[in-house]
Design a protein around this ligand. Sequence first.
Ligand code: SAM
Length: 224
Amino acid sequence: VITGAEARHIARVLRHRPGDRVRVTDGRGTEYQLELAEVRHEKVTGLVRARAANLREPRHRLTLALAALKGEKLVQACEQAAELGISEFLPFRSERTIARLSPARVERLRHVAVSALKSSTRTVLPAIGEPVDLSALIRRVPEFDQSLVAYEEETGVGLERVLNRSAKSVLAIVGPEGGFAPEEIDRLRAAGVVSFSLGPRRLRAETAAVSVVAGVLQLLGDLG
Ligand code: SAM
């Protein structure tokens, strides 16, 4: 049974009819092939004719922790990272973040995650974490096999060198427009977070965020 915006989408936008077959997902890893029975704007029902698990999902869990960015940049980075395959998007506030993370903005990120799920035909909906400050972000580090921070002042090592290929779960942290304060990097490193460079060019935070997600998933073999 499908209700709400998704029912309206099937009935009004896609204009499906009873008897049509549609693919739907529960967002928790299962895809169903439905034969539609009833198609109304407020409610659609169908019979499950087939189901499959974990189609088109990465084998690794990647959480992208991105500092609050101004305007549409946070939403754009969240959507593109969700299309690529992150498991969680975790917005955070740091010393130099300027943008606020209102409940409305967090809700907007949740909507964007759903649209990225549908457009990319993923079957697991990325979680949108409640915004955290740097201390709370650091407290989550032990959850992951490896935690990384893209640091604009890092010159020594790149992702290729630092990424632990046997990690099953990775936390990747990207800073705000103003970058990280040195003492923030010291605190992250003291917590076991490994800093790395994305090269000698200075990237916008949203460019760095998508590059990190693509780089980690590529190196872990999750991008085809
Ligand atoms: N205010 C910083 C400066 O002047 O160098 C720039 C910060 S950059 C716009 C935003 C974030 O993107 C950084 O905190 C970092 O996480 C990431 N980033 C951008 N370019 C990078 C690079 N070449 N290497 C590593 N991280 C980078």
